[in-house]
Design a protein around this ligand. Structure first.
Ligand SMILES: Nc1ncnc2c1ncn2[C@@H]1O[C@H](COP(=O)(O)OP(=O)(O)OP(=O)(O)O)[C@@H](O)[C@H]1O
Ligand SMILES: [Mg+2]
Length: 463
């Protein structure tokens, strides 16, 4: 922990609490004091940074709370603090009458409880023990994360000419800091390629930060990218760093870059040119060293011709363009991909699938895979999950849509009485996506919903 450990004290205004605040401050803590549970609740219940995909770790490491805190009690605070940060150390202050409750709280994840009158030295010893435990936990998870990332590099499976060319291109461009634009249909591996470029670059030990532009509503993209100052807009109750700052020295992956609103495109252009920007609502110029990798499944040059995307930004971004061919143009990769996925899912689901039969191989090679590698991977996973015993996957194991010849006009929805609206919606979305080859733009248009709504629903239904 490089910063001063943060402690939140929740207790009424008394001389004992005042002494505790100054005692902890003298001992090197950054102390916040909430005089009742409601105030503490508001401090803890800021929108979780994780919700947007980053953690700036701004919550307290230690919460010391009166069990019977006014309005929102200690047990509820325990829940909230844990849901924000599972490693948080919550210490409850109890008195003789509430010991039983306090013991119950420990079963629910409180670190310890202390009886009044408080013994500050003893409390400090408890906190220090908790902190060294936390450090150990975060160091271990940090290490595992890095190991995981390193193991991800060789994941780009495929021997086709197209894949070999892609490999050598990645190896060539990785060491530079040039901006890269990855173009390809959905599920072709754009994100995997971006990760590979980062892992093979001198920035590999720095962060790989991601921003998915279509999953966020247009009006928060700017502050997600560039951060904001305290008071920049309603709800901005503290300064927050954006993805560019988080990715300093590392790589920023801007996914679905076509969805960036025009005003933000201008600002993005400036960072790419000058490597500096201002946070939303601020004047201070922030300098960063970030390599940007962008991805899109829409032709940006066409959007630029229609004035939907800044042309100068397009030229900046595509300094190096990587075109990822759809799977139907490199079907010779299918056998190796299938083999790789079978091994992976055997391990993950404890199965013993040995391979695929000739019939399955034929169907796989005939299929056009509009959802590309993701669709193939999901298909193999589904088949492996259902396969019992040690054997090869057969035609009867194929999902229904692969067993039947796909009809050009789409498919029946199979809506029956008793089905919930949600289920009907899920089926409609799934079938539409399949019918248009997983082209989200097209699907959204047919369904009469916005692209962002489609993303949200896909996430919600796990499609
Ligand atoms: N060459 C490959 N070898 C092995 N797995 C791959 C390969 N390419 C893609 N995958 C897998 O296919 C899935 C989709 O890949 P990825 O998310 O990178 O695609 P994408 O192009 O970003 O898709 P989208 O446009 O929908 O975001 C992932 O599970 C990924 O691991
Ligand atoms: Mg992607």
């Amino acid at each position: 922990m490089l910063h001063r450990p943060r402690a939140l004290i929740v207790d009424k205004d008394s001389s004992e609490t005042k002494q505790l605040v100054s005692f902890l401050t003298e001992n090197g803590f950054d102390v916040q004091w909430a005089k009742d549970g409601e105030q503490a609740f508001n401090l803890l219940d800021r929108p979780a940074p994780e919700a947007a995909g980053v953690s700036d770790g701004s919550g307290p490491e230690i919460v010391i709370t009166e069990l019977k805190a006014h309005r929102v009690d200690g047990m509820r605070l325990l829940d909230i603090a844990k849901s924000r940060n599972p490693e948080v150390c919550v210490i409850l202050i109890a008195d003789a009458g509430t010991v039983e409750l306090a013991t119950g709280a420990m079963r629910q994840g409180a670190y310890d409880f202390q009886l009044r009158p408080l013994n500050f030295e003893k409390l400090l010893a408890v906190i220090q023990r908790a902190l060294s435990h936390q450090q150990l936990v975060s160091r271990v998870s940090d290490l595992t994360e890095r190991l995981d990332q390193r193991l991800k590099v060789p994941n780009l499976t495929g021997n086709s000419r197209a894949m070999q060319e892609l490999h050598s291109k990645i190896v060539q461009i990785a060491p530079t800091r040039a901006t890269v634009l990855i173009y390809g249909e959905t599920g072709t591996g754009k994100e995997l390629i971006a990760q590979a470029i980062h892992q093979l670059s001198p920035r590999r030990n720095e962060r790989f930060v991601k921003l998915h532009c279509a999953e966020l509503s247009a009006n928060i993209i700017e502050s997600e990218l560039f951060g904001h100052e305290k008071g920049a807009f309603t709800g901005a109750d503290q300064q927050r760093k954006g993805r560019f700052e988080l990715a300093d020295q590392g790589t920023l992956f801007v996914d679905e870059i076509s969805e960036i609103p025009p005003a933000v495109q201008t600002k993005l252009l400036r960072v790419l040119q000058d490597r500096q920007f201002e946070r939303v609502g601020g004047n201070e110029t922030v300098k960063v060293d970030v390599r940007v990798i962008a991805a899109t499944n829409r032709r940006l040059e066409l959007l630029a011709a229609r004035d939907e995307f800044r042309e100068d930004l397009y030229y900046r971004i595509r300094v190096i363009q990587v075109d990822v061919p759809p799977l139907r143009e490199r079907k010779e990769d299918i056998p190796l991909l299938v083999e790789t996925f079978i091994k992976e899912f055997n391990r993950e689901h404890g199965r013993k699938v040995t391979g695929i039969t000739r019939g399955v191989a034929d169907r796989f090679m005939q299929n056009d895979w509009p959802g590309n590698i993701r669709e193939l991977r999901n298909t193999v996973e589904e088949m492996v999950v259902y396969a019992q015993g040690k054997r090869a996957l057969e035609v009867s194991d194929l999902p229904i849509q692969l067993r039947q010849q796909r009809s050009a006009s789409g498919e029946d929805l199979n809506v029956t009485v008793g089905m919930s609206m949600q289920e009907i919606e899920r089926r409609a979305i799934e079938a539409t996506l399949r019918a248009v080859g997983y082209d989200k733009q097209k699907a959204a248009k047919i369904l009469g919903i916005g692209l962002r709504t489609l993303y949200r629903k896909q996430k919600e239904y796990g499609l």
